[in-house]
Design a protein around this ligand. Structure first.
Ligand code: HEM
Length: 397
């Protein structure tokens, strides 16, 4: 635990370890709600070298929409001197917008529509593997696999390597040992390097080929820029979808009325996707203060780190009355599951396509299913992408 700096008032200090706090050891969202109730709307925790935490929606909006004061250059807490550039997520304006504009068009709904058939194929393949099974760990058999296969199609990785690739991705996201994670990250970088080299020689119809051929400010992207973008897509587009699927299916396992409604009205599945993302938002977003400033009645110093608990925006009763209920018929729904401001998720249409397809197909194959009562629920995992590492389900014959 770091010493509390002089500019932090004593009544704003509240210990909370976003990676591993007893408060979130049983249920992440219940724990974060308790934190919002017990701690000030912006407070200092001595954990991880000491940093601010913001739980109030308006304060989060100020942070996430003012990049001149709250920079994205450090995407981890504690910050690292040698933090790699993650294009576009760790960039600030005006540089950020140049790259984001370049990438944006490849993520538009119309540009990813062709992936729908492949998402269907992979979803059906994974569900077919469950035929005749009475139980499964949903994370192991579906949620950790589907986003990897879809990502491989999107990025242009050779599909015959799907299984090797999945074990690398699994190792990186699931390992708790930083040295081991780094080792997996290096192997993934090696795969990316090979892929970019191959696509430079022979472009295909995937996002890396398109980025290789694109004009960026009157020139081509460099190899380093392509590696940075490729690796960021990995970090941004895999574990997030895995956890969204797991929170969503966990809810559906517990909510028979919603299952029945979606089975009878599959056209409401897009609303369910949005509502489940709101109810169970799980990323946390860090920013670094660039100049001495004031926020929510406290003085912040240049260099301070801030963590925004964006899960709490979706659970804000003033924005979403009866926020804990999953309600498809909300008149208005506000959440920051995909962030807010200039860095709002580029992959959100792809993510929603995966989630909608999964819920639709899953409910067709398993109209009823439940959480396996004979197994103890696995402890949730905190961090940048909070999640559930295991979800055992009982599947009816
Ligand atoms: C349910 C799944 C997903 C969630 C919850 C999610 C969430 C987020 C959030 C919260 C941000 C903002 C980060 C910040 O402000 O620092 C973000 C950014 C981003 N996401 Fe996603 N994401 C998901 C899926 C994906 C997928 C599938 C891809 C691509 C394959 C992707 C690509 C990106 C990129 C490139 C950015 C950076 C945008 C920028 O900096 O301008 N995401 N995502």
């Amino acid at each position: 635990m770091a010493e509390v700096p002089a500019h932090v008032p004593a009544d704003r200090v509240y210990p909370f370890d976003y990676h591993n706090d007893p408060l979130i050891s049983e249920d992440i969202h219940d724990g974060l709600l308790r934190l919002r109730q017990d701690a000030p709307p912006i407070f200092w925790t001595p954990a991880h070298g000491g940093h601010w935490i913001v739980s109030d929606t308006d304060l989060m909006v100020s942070v996430l929409k003012t990049p001149a004061i709250y920079s994205s250059r450090q995407l981890q807490i504690p910050p690292r001197e040698d933090a790699p550039r993650m294009i576009p997520e760790s960039l600030d304006p005006p540089e950020h917008l140049l790259y984001r504009r370049l990438m944006m068009e490849y993520f538009e709904k119309s540009r990813i529509a062709h992936l729908q058939a492949r998402v269907n194929f992979w979803t059906d393949t994974l569900l077919a593997d469950l035929e005749g099974k009475a139980e499964c760990d949903f994370v192991e058999v579906v949620a950790s696999r589907l986003p990897v296969y879809v990502f491989m199609e999107f990025a242009g990785f050779p599909l015959e390597r799907a299984d090797d690739f999945r074990s690398l991705v699994d190792g990186m996201f699931r390992s708790s040992d930083p040295a081991q994670r780094q080792n997996y990250a290096m192997q993934i970088m090696g795969e990316l390097q090979q892929l970019i080299t191959a696509r430079m020689a022979e472009p295909k119809d995937d996002i890396l080929s398109k980025l290789i051929e694109a004009d960026f400010q009157g020139r081509k992207l460099t190899f380093e820029e392509l590696m940075s973008i490729g690796f960021l897509l990995f970090l941004a587009g895999l574990d997030t979808v895995t956890n969204a699927m797991t929170f969503g299916i966990r809810h559906l396992a517990r909510d028979g009325a919603l299952r029945a409604r979606l089975r009878d009205n599959p056209d409401r599945i897009p609303d369910a996707v949005e509502e489940l993302l709101r109810r169970y938002t799980f990323p946390t977003l860090p920013r670094q203060v660039t100049q001495d400033t004031e926020l929510g009645g406290v003085s912040l110093k240049a260099g301070d780190m801030i963590l925004c608990l964006i899960a709490l925006a979706g659970l804000d009763e003033t924005l979403n009355p009866d926020a804990l209920s999953v309600d498809l018929d909300r008149e208005k729904r506000t959440h920051f599951a995909f962030g807010t401001g200039g860095h709002t998720c580029l992959g959100r249409h792809l993510a929603k396509m995966e989630l909608e397809t999964l819920y639709r197909r899953w409910l067709e194959v398993f109209p009823d299913f439940e959480i396996d009562p004979s197994r103890k629920a696995a402890a949730p995992r905190g961090g940048a992408v909070m999640g559930i590492p295991e979800l055992w389900l009982r599947l009816p014959a």
